[in-house]
Design a binder for this molecule. Sequence first.
Ligand SMILES: CC(C)(COP(=O)(O)OP(=O)(O)OC[C@H]1O[C@@H](n2cnc3c(N)ncnc32)[C@H](O)[C@@H]1OP(=O)(O)O)[C@@H](O)C(=O)NCCC(=O)NCCS
Length: 178
Amino acid sequence: MQIREARADERDALLSVHRAAFGNTEGEAAGDTIATLAAELLDDPTAQPVLSLVAEADRELVGHVLFTPVTLADQAVQGGYILAPLAVLPGVQGRGIGSTLMRAGLEQLRSRGATYVMVLGDPNYYGRAGFATGHQIKTPHEIPYPEAWMAQELVSGALAGLAGTLRCANALNAPEHW
Ligand SMILES: CC(C)(COP(=O)(O)OP(=O)(O)OC[C@H]1O[C@@H](n2cnc3c(N)ncnc32)[C@H](O)[C@@H]1OP(=O)(O)O)[C@@H](O)C(=O)NCCC(=O)NCCS
């Protein structure tokens, strides 16, 4: 399996991964919603520079993850990113592809100078990859499960003293994504 940056001509294929992955878990509409979010983020000028990584096996895209930059209201600090969305094709889930994609992304972000990464997701899954609550960053919209809102430092101490409301790309800021 190879992890690499997505090419422009792979857009339809990577959107299909989201449609299949989320369609399977939360119903057809969820797959479409997440695929649309991924498409909008790739086009959104306020989401640049994105980090868009694919997992490829036997010349097929089997996974995709997107990271986009974030800032905090009233803070000039740069270096924040958010992970959303992440998906692995249903037929090959549970083989470590999602974790490998995520770790590769975090490594690339660190080498780009990013200092922290946020995620809204299952604490059991993302907790294993180093995400945790206990930070002072607030979501832009109210969320039903506060324990799902997690952060990870890419540089030791990056989250210390960081407090405020997250500002994310316009496409991700829609209330239905929170
Ligand atoms: C979530 C997802 C990306 C994980 O990718 P993956 O390649 O299947 O995951 P990995 O193989 O790296 O990790 C598998 C482990 O995570 C667990 N896991 C997978 N999805 C999980 C979830 N949503 N919540 C909690 N644990 C999960 C598995 O049970 C497995 O545990 P085990 O190793 O003890 O058996 C993938 O299952 C997926 O696309 N799911 C549908 C879309 C989705 O929910 N995306 C998450 C966005 S927040």
